[in-house]
Write a protein that binds this ligand. Structure first.
Ligand SMILES: [Zn+2]
Length: 354
């Protein structure tokens, strides 16, 4: 993609306790010129109900910003928010929510050229700072579309600590998946006689290392949440610098995409699907998966396909389909044949947890 072109970095990355209650002070410190500009807050109705007081406070702090409850995380919704932004002369969009809200708000800001302030209520994946939005297109189909990264990212550690545990586990999964993604990126570079972007590679590697080697095993502790927040942001920036999702997305992501596209009935979050995919990917790459498996156990991340209703037959088919979901992406899957016997062994090993 656009290697060796310019990239953007957020002006502000604040990871603080109670950051939401003083988000206006943070923005005034970093980007004073946008204070007083017409602002809207994009969120979802259920979050507006849960965090009513907090969101109303933020609205007041930003000049009685209008609160917009989005109807879906779709391309059409992003375009309709962008239309409103352009027609009403809105200059700033604040996205408050999980991945769905942040992706929609980010894309709406991208097409309307508004300043985008990202305020996650949970840490479920690395899209919070990435140059991509995943949006629904038609029916259940979704597409990853390139866009601008946020101008400011404000993480309130108290919010994240109180978010559902599954969301944080999903964020952990998306971070740990970089292990197999980076292997596949190097493999692809070698096959195409190109180089990986060293700086993007280093950032993604550090993102992974900071969580994988973290001494803090309590995922609801402030220390862990701070490390995970920064790891997810660094993953996003690695993609921005590389000009592609390669530093954070390899064969384990192809597996997750195959589930999303062909098995929409399987209810599993993106981060947990890529975590599950990273174990077989690791084995196919000729690496030992034991480190990953024991890491996941430590944090209580369930990687058994059976726990999500995935039978052995489905598992085999998902890996088969993973080969074709992203044309032109070279990973370990392009290098080896589909091996039913090996997948049978891997499936049993994952279900038994050893
Ligand atoms: Zn991901």
């Amino acid at each position: 993609m656009n290697q060796h072109t310019r990239f953007n970095l957020p002006i502000c990355l604040a990871v603080e306790e109670d950051a939401f209650s003083h988000s206006d002070e943070i923005i005034r410190r970093y980007i004073p010129e946008i204070m007083g500009q017409k602002t809207i807050i994009v969120s979802e109705q259920f979050l507006i109900d849960i965090y009513k007081d907090k969101i109303l406070d933020i609205s007041q702090d930003f000049g009685d910003a209008e609160i917009v409850a989005m109807n879906s995380a779709s391309f059409d919704e992003a375009v309709s928010i962008a239309k409103k932004v352009c027609i009403d002369d809105v200059k700033v969009i604040i996205g408050i929510g999980g991945g769905r809200v942040l992706d929609t708000a980010k894309y709406a800001a991208h097409i309307s050229k508004a300043v985008y302030i990202c305020m996650p209520t949970s840490l479920s994946n690395d899209s919070l700072a990435s140059p991509f939005s995943v949006l629904e297109t038609e029916a259940s189909a979704r597409k990853t579309i390139a866009c601008k990264i946020p101008t400011a990212i404000i993480v309130d550690t108290n919010m994240i600590i109180n978010a559902p545990k599954g969301q944080t586990l999903s964020g952990i999964g998306d971070t740990i998946a970089k292990h197999t993604a980076l292997f596949d990126w190097k493999l692809s570079a070698a096959k195409t006689h190109t180089n990986v972007e060293d700086f993007a590679y280093a950032l993604a590697r550090m993102s992974y290392d900071s969580v994988y080697h973290c001494d803090e095993k309590d995922m609801t502790s402030r220390v862990f949440i701070r490390i995970l927040s920064r790891a997810l942001v660094m993953g996003g920036l690695a993609m921005e610098i590389a000009g592609s999702s390669r530093p954070c997305s390899g064969s384990e992501h192809l597996f997750a995409h195959a589930i999303e596209e062909y098995y929409p009935g399987v209810k599993i979050s993106h981060g947990l699907a890529v975590a599950m995919g990273s174990i077989p990917a690791c084995i196919m790459q000729g690496q030992s998966p034991e480190g990953l498996m024991s890491f996941f156990k430590t944090y209580g991340l369930d990687y058994s396909p059976a726990s999500y209703g995935i039978t052995e037959e489905m598992f085999d088919d998902m890996w088969y389909k993973a080969r074709f979901v992203r044309k032109g992406r070279i990973t370990i899957l392009s290098e080896i044949n589909h091996d039913k016997g090996q997948l049978h062994e891997i499936y049993s090993r994952m279900v038994e947890g050893k």
